[in-house]
Design a protein around this ligand. Structure first.
Ligand SMILES: Cc1cc2nc3c(=O)[nH]c(=O)nc-3n(C[C@H](O)[C@H](O)[C@H](O)COP(=O)(O)OP(=O)(O)OC[C@H]3O[C@@H](n4cnc5c(N)ncnc54)[C@H](O)[C@@H]3O)c2cc1C
Length: 439
């Protein structure tokens, strides 16, 4: 039995890892377009500083998956306590925002608290993200932080984002909001309060750990961009830049919108192509800036809702320990999202770097351009799935189609779901169990 997996990110490698123990499987070919496997879990290096595609941390409510990740990393893993802040008018507000209201200027505290206590939206049914924020947190917290921040990261009006993205966020008790306004800081989202991160090598260490445990029957082919896939009777033929691969089973983890265009039969199916083209996603630019000063303190990530600042989040890489620090300097990683053809997409790398440095000055993390030692900017096309109001309907059509074709979908953009690493590994485990039943 031969299996082909399209893509070579965490979803492909973890799936191969789970499948490899089945004796009925003789060969698994993992096909990755880039020269190094890992996808969004890859890490990059500039002047000795290793950084990820946006800050990647390991946390989960799923103890089994957490155990797998921790075991794989072994000694190269360190525990940290979350210290994230929201930057509001140059003030550090603890994350989540509603749990640390006393840090706001008094007029903002009054707006947030009054609109929460006397909330006219409380009893409405929320059908989109914006309505959910208004109903759950009131107009003050929504307009002061949640709405501008979410507009900035999604680049899409929250009124057109599906409520499924946020509906599991619990409504804070009135008492907590009052305590937070009076000066008590309450730790929220407790499952993320502690997290781990590799001591060195960035999040790609996890990818390397998976690859190191793959048996000989698993082959990871890099520089193997898939450009056509065809089902011939009961087997699949995959054309790549590294040759042709044939198999009895096929799993795709590459962005499903692109997969529809290279899967020969789907190309003849107009409604599938339309659904694929209507799937929305964000891209991301990551800008690393090493500076002479440190105004960030012992904190890691800062959320910035202020629209005058280009990035929505900035992380202090030194927080992760000695392996991510150059003596006498501080290294930040700023994240800027964008959609095809918008201003950030069209801006040159030099312009985005300049806007990032300007932003650092606006939030008070540098005094002038003279403080900057070096920068590095990289762009990644697929970063965030956007759950617009038609996402569910589009994906239902696509999933039904590929199920009939006997093709399995897996991964963040493979299934077009907002999945973190823990959910990806669980999805791979579940799919591996299913495939072994289907063998
Ligand atoms: C900014 C950001 C921050 C994140 N932070 C966290 C975090 O803190 N914690 C956490 O748990 N998760 C985090 N994640 C999520 C995590 O990165 C993903 O869940 C995970 O990496 C997805 O793996 P994947 O294999 O599904 O997708 P990908 O990593 O996208 O893999 C898909 C692979 O397919 C390849 N490919 C595409 N087209 C082709 C083709 N035609 N032929 C061959 N190969 C192809 C790509 O090159 C890629 O390697 C974050 C993600 C982002 C974007």
């Amino acid at each position: 039995m031969k299996i082909t997996i399209l893509g070579g990110g965490l979803s492909a490698l973890s799936l191969a890892y789970f499948l490899q123990n089945n004796d009925r499987i003789d060969e698994i070919n993992v096909l990755e377009k880039d020269d190094i496997a890992g996808g969004l879990c890859r890490s990059y290096e500039k002047n000795g500083i290793v950084y990820d595609v946006g800050p990647h941390i390991i946390f989960s409510k799923n103890s089994n998956v957490l155990g797998i990740m921790n075991n794989l990393l072994g000694e190269n893993n360190e525990k940290h306590r979350r210290s994230n802040r929201i930057l509001h008018k140059k003030r550090f507000v603890q994350y989540p925002f509603e749990n640390d209201l006393s840090k706001l200027p008094q007029e903002d505290i009054d707006y947030c608290v009054n609109a929460f206590i006397h909330n006219p939206f409380e009893n409405y049914e929320a059908t989109n993200m914006l309505q959910f924020f208004l109903k759950t947190f009131g107009e003050g917290i929504t307009n002061t932080y949640l709405r501008p921040y979410n507009e900035k990261i999604w680049k899409f009006d929250p009124a057109f984002i599906d409520v499924r993205v946020v509906e599991r966020i619990p409504q804070p008790p009135k008492d907590d909001i009052l305590r937070s306004a009076e000066g008590e800081t309450i730790d929220g989202y407790l499952h993320q309060l502690y997290f781990t991160y590799p001591k060195h090598g960035g999040m790609e260490s996890l990818i390397k750990a998976f690859i190191a445990r793959l048996k000989n029957k698993v082959k990871v082919h890099t520089n193997a961009r898939v450009f056509e896939v065809e089902k011939i009777s009961t087997h699949y033929k995959v054309n790549t830049f590294a040759g042709v691969f044939e198999s009895n089973k096929l799993i795709s983890t590459i962005p499903v919108n692109e997969f529809c265009h290279i899967y020969k039969d789907a190309k003849k199916t107009q409604d599938i192509l339309e659904a694929a083209d209507n799937l929305l996603y964000n891209s991301i630019a990551i800008c690393v800036v090493n500076v002479k000063k440190d105004y960030a303190g012992d904190n890691y990530a800062f959320m910035v809702a202020d629209k005058n600042v280009k990035f929505h989040r900035i992380s202090k890489l030194d927080f992760m320990g000695k392996g991510y620090h150059i003596d006498g300097t501080t290294t930040y990683m700023a994240e800027i999202t964008y959609r095809k053809n918008d201003l950030n997409d069209k801006a040159s790398d030099a312009e985005l770097t300049e806007r990032t440095i300007e932003g650092l000055q606006t939030i008070g993390f540098i005094d002038s351009y003279e403080d900057v030692n070096f920068t590095d900017l990289k762009r990644f096309e697929y970063a965030y799935v956007i759950y617009d109001l038609k996402h569910h309907q589009n994906m239902k059509l696509i999933k039904t189609y590929f199920k009939k074709q006997g093709v399995y979908l897996n991964g963040r953009f493979g299934t077009f779901e907002y999945l973190n690493m823990d959910a990806i590994i669980q999805q791979s485990k579940d799919l591996s169990d299913k495939i072994q039943v289907d063998l």
